[in-house]
Design a protein around this ligand. Sequence first.
Ligand code: ADP
Ligand code: MG
Length: 477
Amino acid sequence: MELMTVPSEETANGVNVNGTNMDELKSEWQRVAENLRGSIGEAAFQSWIKPISVRGLQDGIARISVPTRFMRDWVNAHYCERITELWQDENSDVENVDVGVFTDRALKATAKPDVATAVVQPLAATDTVLSNHAAQISASLDRRYTFDQFVVGKPNEFAYAAARRVSEAAKSTPFNPLFLYGGVGLGKTHLMHAIAWHIREQEPTRNVIYLSAEKFMYKFIRALREQTTVDFKEQFRSVDVLMIDDVQFIAGKESTQEEFFHTFNSLVDEGRQIVISADKSPSDIEGMEERLVSRLNCGLVADIHATTYELRLGILQSKAQRVSAQIPPKVLEFLAHKITANVRELEGALNRVVAHSQLVGRDISLEATQDVLHDLLRANDRRVTIEEIQKQVASHFNIRMADMHSARRARSVARPRQVAMYLAKQLTSRSLPEIGRKFGGRDHTTVMHAVRKVDELREHDSSFAEDVELLKRMLEG
Ligand code: ADP
Ligand code: MG
């Protein structure tokens, strides 16, 4: 149970351990809060600022707390900087502000030796307890994963529209469940977090829970062990929107599936919204029970397709705007062209290029980009297989594929074979012996000879050089 508690630094006489008067601190906070009320408006103030309480000041860190983890994330994401600035104006000892989760229940729990069991005790069904429950089960949300920051293109427009629809459907369930699926790094988690952020912003009282299937299983197994499954179920009762990420994880895990199925059914029956993600469609996940598959298929199944060049470029442009660095369009185009696996890798590449330029204090250029990313670019190139090279070369020179492996030494077949070996060396990360094996079990010295020969020919015969260049470009496509 990831319950964050902040020990109270207030002592009996109202003076905290640092020696700062607690009453003073509280009135500083009041002024900070009043100031915020003016700038953010009454509604936001009531939702986010009013519930904050002051816990103390120690080593320059002013500690404040809110009742739920969600509120903590929200306050951190939206108000923390402003609070820090305002507080510093009040009290120059304040260097930083730390937002924790602190409730009366948490306080009681800390008084007991075993916090984990204490927090799953049956509880009175008051509103605060319920939302607190939700806050305990839900994983925290990434502040960057909002609809605003999601770039929409052909491959993901359907999934995006479905996610938006769910997030805007107050108290109704347009389709249940919404099942999002697609390969790794294509934005499933991003969309789920975006749904959660949006709902919490529009209707802070609705209970939205987001967690991975792995966490779900982990919590369920622990409840079994501690014989608290009734409480485990109770925790999900108050949920309005339940989102479970990477559900393929529970494939083949029978008892977890069973539990999930029951949770799922009872929530759907009560008209609560469920959103699920997986790396495959419900029917394609192996080891999923038939009845679960058919239930999952009942709602809306939306897949996110592999990225296109246009989407990759759009994502890069959007990310580039958010980092304070000048990135030439040529570099963005190059990355969109080269890093095709998924968005996560694309982001990683961009970050590396930016970080490198900041570290060495030089502008971002195409050359520097190629340099910084050479390992990644090679990994992407590795996707060209030796077979593809052989096929392409054979058809280019109009010889049979079998001649790539044969012992025939006539120049009409030997030369294309050498070209294929040369390209295999250039475009894949295979070693010389490995390449030799793929060409009818030839020795690595034969491959080495071929590479040298082709290099030599390229130098002296420009039309041959052009031929090789053309093949190379087609293969890199
Ligand atoms: P998944 O859960 O499908 O494996 P994620 O949602 O974790 O993928 O996405 C991986 C990374 O790519 C995240 O940092 C996410 O913000 C980013 N990303 C994915 N798709 C998009 C998009 N369409 N626009 C902006 N960022 C995206
Ligand atoms: Mg994910």
